[in-house]
Design a protein around this ligand. Structure first.
Ligand SMILES: O=C(O)C(=O)C[C@H](CCCc1ccccc1)C(=O)O
Ligand SMILES: [Zn+2]
Length: 329
């Protein structure tokens, strides 16, 4: 175990190499003024000692299986490492759309059997379920002992909207959630195992080529990070990336509209995480020059309006190109 300058045990993680350069996301104490500054400015930061989920650090498969109750859990299955999210409701709008993964609604005990029996080379599973009132009382007690003082103070001071959900994530080592952005503020709490994050600021939108808003994979990048098609996505070469590995007890602040790719670090065992997703601040007053997040919101609204007005997905590309080719390009 080597030591870094900051004295942190720098483990040697088996991390995939990409063709873009990355800088590191700072790891700061909850008491460091820089921490609150970064959060207030919508910049990512890892808070190393928030104790946000200290009461859940013992959540392993055995304990959860004992106490999580017999409710149903959403579990995704993929034939490869990628778990690309898709919105089922938009699937019929786009012809020849093929689901990138399957979803099951099963009991936790069935998930435990799956994660212990599947051959990761053939099939992988990823539990992604909002914590709800079907969980057993020991899980409720652990949940009540989260550091709600700290996270609620963050919500207030940064004028976040309401807490919408706490998603429980349990994935196999090596599982990857491909690059996407969410429209909510997120305190991502790592409970067990290690996750490597690649983050890209909202102004990197031109380099990440998201699917159309009416596509099932809305908010996800079309670029295959393992084999980028630079003909279709030339700006991907210039993408600017921030990265970090979160370990148990760490909380990563993922500001709204920041792109992120998440990889459960290989050979470090399964991973358990809990998200704290907050609605955006009630629309903050418009100031010029517009922020990148506001421009992304504008582009989304315009795309949705054009799709709706044309009442067709097929006519959108020609309409968009007629509007800009030779006129703005
Ligand atoms: O916390 C976040 O925002 C993440 O992306 C964490 C990610 C799983 C998220 C799954 C998902 C993606 C899109 C919409 C709804 C749910 C991981 O940890 O693998
Ligand atoms: Zn996300």
């Amino acid at each position: 175990m080597a030591e870094t300058s900051s004295g942190r045990k720098c483990e040697h993680f088996d991390l995939k190499e990409y063709q873009f350069k990355t800088n590191m996301i700072p790891r700061l104490s909850v008491d460091d003024p820089e921490t609150n500054r970064r959060i207030s400015e919508g910049l990512p930061v890892i808070i190393i000692d928030s104790k946000l989920v200290a009461s859940a650090l013992h959540w392993d498969l055995e304990y959860l299986n004992e106490n999580v109750g017999d409710g149903k859990f959403t579990v995704y299955k993929s034939s490869n490492t990628k778990f690309k999210y898709f919105d089922e409701r938009k699937a019929d709008d786009v012809k020849d759309f093929r689901k990138p993964m399957e979803s099951l609604e099963i009991k936790f005990s069935e998930f435990v059997d799956l994660i212990k029996t599947v051959d990761p080379k053939k099939e992988r599973v990823y539990l992604q379920q909002s914590l709800n009132d079907t969980v057993g009382k020991r899980i409720v007690l652990d949940f009540l002992q989260f550091n709600w003082n700290w996270v609620t103070e963050q919500q207030r001071r940064n004028k976040f909207g309401t807490l919408t959900s706490n998603l429980l994530l349990i994935g196999m080592e090596g599982n990857i959630t491909p690059a996407h952005y969410d429209e909510q503020e997120n305190f991502f709490a790592q409970v067990k195992g290690y996750k490597r994050f690649l983050l890209f600021a909202p102004d990197q939108f031109p380099c990440l080529y998201p699917y159309p808003t009416f596509h099932p994979c809305d908010r996800q990048s079309q670029v295959d990070f393992d084999d980028p098609d630079y003909e279709r996505f030339p700006k991907f070469r210039d993408v600017k990336c921030l990265e970090a590995v979160v370990e148990p007890g760490d909380v990563l602040y993922i500001p709204m509209y920041w792109w992120h790719q998440v990889e459960s670090v290989p050979n470090k065992g399964y991973s358990v995480s809990v998200t704290f997703w907050y609605k955006a601040a009630p629309n903050d007053k418009i100031e010029y020059p517009l922020k990148a997040t506001q421009k992304v919101a504008m582009m989304r609204n315009i795309e949705k309006m054009i799709h709706q007005a044309l009442n067709s997905a097929d006519e959108v590309p020609e309409f968009m190109q007629n509007m800009v080719l030779g006129r703005y390009t």
